[in-house]
Design a protein around this ligand. Sequence first.
Ligand SMILES: Nc1ncnc2c1ncn2[C@@H]1O[C@H](COP(=O)(O)OP(=O)(O)OP(=O)(O)O)[C@@H](O)[C@H]1O
Ligand SMILES: [Mg+2]
Length: 224
Amino acid sequence: MKETVLEARRVSYVYRTRHRTVQALNEVSYRFASGTVYAVVGKSGCGKSTLISVLAGLYLPSMGYVLCHGKDTLTLDRTLHRRHDVAVIYQNYNLFPLMTVMENVLYPLRLQQKKKKEARALAERTLRSVGLSPDYYNRLPAMLSGGEQQRVAVARAVAGGQKIILADEPTGNLDEENSRNVMEMLKRLAHEEDYCVIVVTHDPQVAAESDAVIRMSSGRIVGE
Ligand SMILES: Nc1ncnc2c1ncn2[C@@H]1O[C@H](COP(=O)(O)OP(=O)(O)OP(=O)(O)O)[C@@H](O)[C@H]1O
Ligand SMILES: [Mg+2]
């Protein structure tokens, strides 16, 4: 059964710096359902990453609401929300630089207080699914290529098991094979395990493989 798991209601977001204000989102409304892969597309600077941050509850809307399972991100416990409801794959990966590959992937599992053995098995399985062998486990992110770091970021997000995945260009640095592999994994989670997956992408192939394409321009959704 598909149901709305995440909803933006007339969401605006304004960045205010000393020198200027930027309206990055302008009254965005959308309902995201489980069991679906969404692609968010649009020119650089149109507000895609900002939308991901607002949907993740990392930023609070300047105006409007984000509802996750019907609960407003303004009032829900955002620490628990990020630990249990949503997983984010960041555009710049945001790996912990002083943690090894394995420690990065174990991190969300530790926060969820999973048993050590279970967490380790899950981390190994997820790393294998993104094509990273045990040779990588003890390396630091700085010792990896961009595409390898990206796959660690994907593994860390997927291992956590949160059923809403917000992915900011998760295949931006991957070759065709790894890109296809990551998309297959995200699609399988959506279609077989009822995840809601939202993928920001510049790649027409990735957009074509999604169930719905959301087109943004100047902080608005302009088409679907
Ligand atoms: N921290 C910030 N402070 C001020 N302005 C910001 C900040 N982050 C983003 N912006 C501005 O907000 C707008 C939307 O940025 P956003 O990062 O959401 O775009 P994007 O669609 O993800 O672009 P890209 O495809 O290049 O990643 C841009 O005009 C950007 O310059
Ligand atoms: Mg971006």
